[in-house]
Design a protein around this ligand. Sequence first.
Ligand SMILES: *Cc1c(COP(=O)(O)O)cnc(C)c1O
Length: 239
Amino acid sequence: MTDRKTELAANLATVEERISAACAAAGRKREEVTLIVVTKTYPASDVRLLAELGVRHVAENRDQEAAPKAAECADLPLIWHFVGQLQTNKVRSVCSYADVVQSVDRKRLVDALSGAAVGAARELGVLIQVALDVDSGERGQRGGVGPDGVGALAEAVAAADGLRLDGLMTVAPLAGPYADQPRAAFGRLMEISSGLRVAHPAANMVSAGMSSDLEEAVAAGATHVRVGTAVLGVRPRLR
Ligand SMILES: *Cc1c(COP(=O)(O)O)cnc(C)c1O
């Protein structure tokens, strides 16, 4: 193995232990939680090594970076998640490689994604990103729609051609009542998810938790954790 592959294998093993321990502590089965490795700022060669090491889900947050990376990795059996704030003019590109867009937070974006998915003759998974730093239906500072806006947006996604409503995503907020309280924030997300599943039982994905708070997310009930730094290393400063 190359040095880099050995390093990634060791980091993956550590993250796997953390997820397993968190599942055991929460009385959950390990299979209930899916690891998504966030590969932003890292090269396609790392994505390839991760695939060789058994990773099946990867995530990116900028189309300019993700599009060429996904093209270089098109031969790999990977599921690509888009997790960044998304402008409608990038939607057609994102739709060409993403399997799931986790950062849907406004009607205009739903309409654009639907048009792109239909145009590409494919079905795109959608998560609604919930902002827990605002309590109305406004948008949060790091993207996302406030809890009061989730229902209407879910209806729009469910009614849109080419889109499949898969569930909810959040990023632990830096401001507001849940600042520095990831466990409470993720608990709130689970409540919103329960409400959503009354009308949309299949929308049962809950994407929450990153390198620093994946244990809290697993304890709350997350089905997907998004881990970057703990697998790939501390990111170089954003260019
Ligand atoms: C970068 C990123 C992550 C991963 O964060 P780490 O702290 O590096 O694990 C997760 N979710 C989103 C939306 C991100 O942008």
